[in-house]
Design a protein around this ligand. Structure first.
Ligand code: SAM
Length: 283
């Protein structure tokens, strides 16, 4: 329970591109707190200046959060309300703030969210992929071997997968995903959301990897990668059973076309699976 006469820590979401996405409540909180803890004070100063807000700023980033937190908790305990912001979107979502929020809650200070933009939710909401269940994986490891190992762990995940990724690693990551999840898996690349060159491109992992490789603009901007979850094992077994029956009477291509109609599966994937089944039967 928060105690009386203590300040409130407002966790304030800021825009991920379009400044109009700063909510009136966020503006109000930023204008009326005693101090704003910001990931990058110069970056946030520009946002504040756009809205004519003059609240003082203090930096709070991955490298000073542990050391800054006790002083901020002291201020809150003494009655000052503070706001926490990151460079873009919702603080703590692949951004600093975790230690401060934990310490504030442990000290019985009221922590209140002021929700707004978040790239993963914005991307998911417009992706056309299932949203009833999803997993947010944040950033994949930067080194290829570690990234591939993580992807192997995720290959059977049936919920929609959401990743943040640096555009500089996008081609490599999509290639690794195509290899590990199968090139036929559906995916969406959400790029530059809420900005001038916003785009959402969908396709198979294989097609998106090829597109990313050939697009000369890919090295710029920000992206969220969303990947459809794995098909349930039972679907794979059902498709195999249907293919096995059809292959007794039909050539591979026709069997794949009919199996796609019967199971709702992807024709190319079923064609490749039909080839594998024929090979195994022949051996
Ligand atoms: N806290 C932020 C949020 O709520 O979305 C995320 C911060 S994380 C350090 C930055 C990553 O978010 C980028 O590398 C990119 O994957 C994603 N991102 C942020 N803004 C974006 C935008 N406008 N369009 C697409 N992706 C974006």
């Amino acid at each position: 329970m928060a105690e009386r006469n203590r300040g409130v820590l407002y966790v304030v979401a800021t825009p991920i591109g379009n400044l109009e996405d700063l909510s009136p409540r966020a503006r109000d909180a930023l204008a009326h707190v005693a101090l704003i803890a910001a990931e990058d004070t110069r970056h946030t100063a520009k946002l504040l200046s756009h809205f004519g807000i003059r609240t003082p700023l203090v930096s709070l980033h991955d490298h000073n959060e542990a050391e800054r937190t006790p002083g901020l908790i002291e201020k809150l305990s003494a009655g000052a309300s503070l706001a926490l912001v990151s460079d873009a979107g919702t603080p703590l979502v692949s951004d600093p703030g975790y230690q401060l929020v934990r310490a504030a809650r442990a000290a019985g200070i009221c922590v209140s969210p002021v929700p707004g933009a978040c790239a993963l939710i914005a991307a998911l909401s417009a992706s056309g992929l299932p949203t009833d269940r999803f997993v947010f994986e944040g950033f994949l490891p930067q080194k290829s071997a570690a990234r591939q190992a993580r992807l192997v762990e995720l290959a059977g995940e049936m919920r929609t997968l959401v990743f943040y990724e640096s555009v500089h690693r996008l081609v490599e990551s999509l290639g690794d995903m195509a290899q590990t999840f199968g090139g036929e898996r559906s995916a969406v690349i959400a790029r530059e959301l809420t900005k001038l060159h916003e785009s959402l491109r969908d396709g198979t992992l294989q097609a998106l990897a090829a597109w990313a490789k050939s697009d000369s603009h890919i090295g710029k901007g920000e992206v969220v990668v969303l990947v459809a979850g794995a098909a349930p094992e039972s679907d794979v077994r059902d498709a195999d059973a249907v293919l096995a029956v059809l292959l007794e009477e039909l050539p591979v291509k026709q069997a794949a076309v009919l199996a796609a109609k019967l199971t709702g599966g992807k024709r190319n994937a079923l064609y490749r699976r039909a080839l594998e089944i024929t090979k195994t039967q022949g051996s």
